[in-house]
Write a protein of this length. Structure first.
Lengths: 233, 233
């Protein structure tokens, strides 16, 4: 398996390249439109066919590279089953559905809370791509796109903190220079979750008073069209 | 072994935390002064004693966190043997010297070229911390601090490209969102090195026309005092 964590320094987004070297097939999770050239170069170097792009949710802080990648590679665009008002995707992935990539199994789990369509992806029981559901010592905000702190708490407890402690956590963003973590660490040291009740978590999330994401007005509509800027109304 | 890659978003610097979990001892390679709080928190969470800080070279783009970390933890500061005009270090590490951290062996190799004092650190034959000697699809510049492109070419060929192809490459910086690579990849796809003669490499490096690093005037003197800003003349 090839596993590469890639970073977009403008939106602090992590993109993941996962590939089966024998099958020569790859997927990209949460690609960023401004990094498509870099990602295509990496695919070409490894001599990989891009099979799918996969989103953890409809992002509010960057535009997906999915459409641009499909144009170049004929890959299929997969979005979470619960994503609404979506146009141009090739497939919606369901909760508990397993995407097979050669010998790699990628299991999608619906984890609403940051947004109502959020999903996490468990890769071969080795690691989990947590999107904005869980960050290293943090988590995604819950104040737009039908976010719900109670739901987020439940999603994390049920689908993330039930994984083995040594499962590697690869987040969708990091703003403090962390690259990854483990489930055990987040259970023990995530300041929003460790030894917090559901009510405490909700109270923390309801009092973050964060500014509106700078690019939300362009990102959400564009991402509802899988990043195809030519057709966004 | 705990292995964590940490990023400083201002200087695009990677810091590495390496620890033996049984011995509860850690080292930090290329810590950044503005990230010391984050690094100390991580050490505390893992219940690790910081044994040493280690520099790959005297940096021109950020100030080391070594002194601040020593103040807080009583760790020892190690600098490369060839670093000159250095004050306040605890130890100079020699070419081919092995630093032992519990069951982890960290082998220092002198790789002059980016600067005359540059070193790389091979960690347990598993990965190599390349500092500014080799980046993912790039390398450090050679136009100050006694840099020398011919020497850099020789250092890379002799000490990096002689390692097994699957050795993981963890660089000192990345400006394009790459986190790591392998020796085999860099041999094959590093545009400055793959299928390049020594003369071609020298010509590329001599024609980069890069601007002077913004913080060189404050960084180099501060780093010669191991980041102790109170005593920098």
């Amino acid at each position: 398996m090839i596993f590469r964590q890639l970073f977009d320094n403008e939106s602090f987004t992590y993109t993941y390249l996962i590939a089966d070297q024998q099958a020569k097939k790859a997927i990209l999770v949460d690609p960023v439109i401004t990094q498509v050239e870099r990602d295509l170069r990496l695919l070409a170097e490894f001599d990989l066919t891009l099979s799918h792009t996969l989103e953890t949710h409809i992002h509010a802080d960057h535009i997906t590279g999915a459409h641009a990648l499909r144009q170049q590679t004929n890959c299929k665009i997969i979005v979470p089953a619960n994503a609404t008002e979506i146009h141009g995707e090739d497939k919606k992935i369901q909760h508990a559905e397993v995407l097979k990539l050669g010998h790699i199994n990628i299991t999608a789990l619906a984890t609403p809370g940051h947004t109502d369509d959020s999903m996490i992806y468990v890769v071969n029981k080795h690691c989990v791509l947590t999107g904005d559901t869980l960050f290293v010592r943090g988590c995604g905000r819950t104040d737009f796109q039908h976010g719900d702190p109670g739901q987020l708490y439940d999603s994390i407890q049920m689908h993330l903190f039930s994984l083995p402690d040594d499962t590697l956590v690869y987040p969708g963003h990091d703003y403090n220079g962390h690259t990854h973590s483990t489930v055990g660490e987040e259970k023990q040291w995530n300041p929003r979750l460790a030894e917090r009740t559901r009510e405490e978590f909700i109270s923390i999330m309801e009092n973050l008073n964060l500014p509106t994401p700078k690019k939300i007005k362009e990102s959400v509509p564009a991402n509802r069209y899988c990043g195809n800027l030519d057709v966004v109304p």
